[in-house]
Design a protein around this ligand. Structure first.
Ligand code: HEM
Length: 134
């Protein structure tokens, strides 16, 4: 069996993401679960949502039974070339330094928004005051 294992590239697997053509990557193996879509006790939607990525965690998070794991052999079609699987998308929070950077001008703008009308008002009073005298 081991000799005829097909090695898939991630690019070949990711596009099989439809109800009538659904491949999954679980623990380094590729499964064509198309015939199982209607019968999967968890529904076909979850299987579809697990396509186009390494679905190992999704599969494990459910806590599938041993019989579910045995069932997988039926759908096994090959191995995934791990080097072609994109690294997990990690959440990159909004950049803190930039955020802080922006704060300084923002702060200055706020002060100016307050000061400029005051200056104009002061100027208006000054002009009025001096023009009155004359
Ligand atoms: C070849 C792959 C898979 C097979 C053979 C399979 C098989 C099964 C089986 C037999 C069950 C019934 C419960 C059990 O025996 O554990 C089940 C339930 C379930 N599976 Fe899968 N599964 C596969 C992949 C996945 C994946 C990738 C996901 C998640 C994205 C998933 C999500 C679920 C969910 C949510 C349930 C329902 C659990 C419940 O409501 O009790 N399955 N699956």
């Amino acid at each position: 069996m081991a000799s005829d294992r097909k090695l898939f590239k991630f690019e070949e697997v990711e596009n099989h993401n439809k109800t009538k053509d659904c491949w999954l990557i679980i623990a380094g193996k590729v499964y064509d679960v198309t015939p199982f879509m209607d019968d999967h006790p968890g529904g076909d939607e979850v299987l579809l949502s697990a396509t186009g990525k390494d679905a190992t965690n999704d599969f494990e998070d459910v806590g599938h039974s041993d019989s579910a794991r045995e069932m997988m052999d039926k759908y096994y079609i090959g191995e995934i070339d791990a080097s072609t699987v994109p690294a997990k998308r990690t959440y990159i929070p909004p950049q803190q330094p930039n955020y802080n950077h922006d704060k300084t001008p923002e702060f200055i703008i706020k002060i100016l928004q307050f000061l400029v009308p005051l200056l104009i008002l002061g100027l208006a009073f000054a002009v009025r005051h001096y023009t009155k005298k004359e």
